[in-house]
Design a protein around this ligand. Structure first.
Ligand code: UT7
Length: 345
């Protein structure tokens, strides 16, 4: 007779989870529009009008992806009042870990003093943080982790061609992290998510690394390295006009109506996309709308936790408030969920 497999007793499966704490790391170097406008024949006025960006931050050499992630994680743990040893899994959402292997997440663990904790990277472009949140919620409710650190971190200044008009002024660097764990009240609603690989080339790396190596072989130092490129206008249209139903689906699944929302925290892709979303959802005037892009730029997988922190830090929203998160980008991919906002440190 085959052996039977024991499963976790229900007592070890909490039914409700929440964001227990939030922390961020904003890199030290502030870069104004004038600095990026020259090589793309642009202007401060054009950039502010078309994207909402006034400045962004670039990491220095010392501010590595792992360092920024570890700093954000420490702040999140501090806000949650959780010791690092109580974390059973670290999920790092990023598109800018330039080593295919090993993943960066175990190194975040090491920086936190954790050497036996599950940790892995997740690649889902700008949606990565909300994808990670969905996994963390499921892991805690399934009993496979007590606490999960979900980190979104990017060093996009390493990936951008500063002469490319559709990316040079948009993308930026930063990190944000949350601790997900069991909670007495429900703090994370069901995720509405998906992807459409027929538009894989809308946001992509210009060439893969094997092609680059071959190019170096044939062209030597003339070979052009891979960069991130984006078909900006079509991504804009998709994001501004197709994601309303994803937002409404996440709200319906959580049993929350737009009028009940205290905050909308969309991926900070473009201030005009955020405006369209807020308008089409017909949010009440009391609903705070995150606009961190003004001084953070588009930090891809880091943008949702960074924008969440900015709202809380400014007092425009408070811990416990009900917020809709919606992230979208390369893949194309998207994910949305309703959450109760966490404390910050
Ligand atoms: O994070 C992942 C998801 N990303 C997004 O959701 C980003 C979505 N896309 C965007 O945010 C916008 O498409 C951009 C901000 C990237 C570009 O704005 P746009 O309004 O779509 O610009 P466009 O490419 O349609 O160009 C409009 C005009 C053109 O001039 P004409 O033909 O109207 O005379 C361009 O030549 O603006 C010109 N232009 C620029 N001018 C100054 C395009 N890029 C620039 C520039 N500076 N950087």
């Amino acid at each position: 007779m085959p052996a039977t497999i024991s499963t976790r007793p229900p007592a070890q499966k909490p039914t409700q989870t929440a964001l227990l704490g939030l922390g961020v790391y904003r890199p030290s170097r502030v870069v104004m529009n004038d600095e990026v406008a020259g090589p793309i024949d642009s202007s401060d006025e054009w950039i502010q009008t078309r994207s909402g960006i006034r400045s962004r931050r670039y990491a220095t050499e010392d501010e590595t992806l792992v360092d920024m992630s570890a700093a954000a994680s420490r702040a999140a743990l501090n806000a949650a009042g959780i010791a690092a040893e109580q974390v059973d899994c670290i999920i790092l959402a990023t598109s800018t870990n330039f080593s295919l292997t090993p993943a960066a997440a175990p190194q975040i663990g090491a920086a936190l003093g954790l050497t036996d904790t599950a940790a892995f990277d997740l690649s889902s472009g700008c949606s990565g943080f909300c994808f990670g949140l969905s996994l963390a919620d499921d892991m805690v409710r399934a009993g496979s982790a007590r606490h999960v650190l979900v980190v979104g971190a990017e060093r996009l200044s390493d990936a951008v061609d500063f002469t490319d008009r559709s990316t040079a002024f948009i993308f930026a660097d930063g990190a944000g992290a949350v601790v997900v764990g069991a909670s007495e009240s429900a703090g994370i609603g069901p995720t509405s998510w998906g992807s459409d690989g027929t538009s894989a080339d809308a946001i992509r790396q210009t060439k893969d690394f094997l092609t680059y190596i071959n190019d170096v072989g044939t062209q030597g130092s003339d070979a052009v390295r891979p960069y991130v490129e984006m078909r900006g206008t079509s991504v804009f249209r998709w994001a501004a006009h197709s994601l309303e139903k994803v937002c409404r689906d996440a709200l319906d699944r959580a049993g929350v109506s737009p009028e009940d929302l205290d905050a909308l925290i969309p991926h900070q892709a473009n201030g005009r996309i955020t405006e369209v979303m807020a308008r089409t959802l017909k949010l009440p005037p009391t609903c705070a709308v995150a606009n961190d892009i003004v001084d953070a730029g588009n930090t891809s997988a880091a943008s949702v936790p960074l924008a969440m922190e900015a709202l809380l830090r400014a007092g425009e929203a408070n811990p416990g408030d009900i917020a809709l998160l919606i992230a979208f980008g390369a893949g194309l991919s998207y994910a949305a969920q309703v959450v109760a906002l966490p404390p910050i440190s």
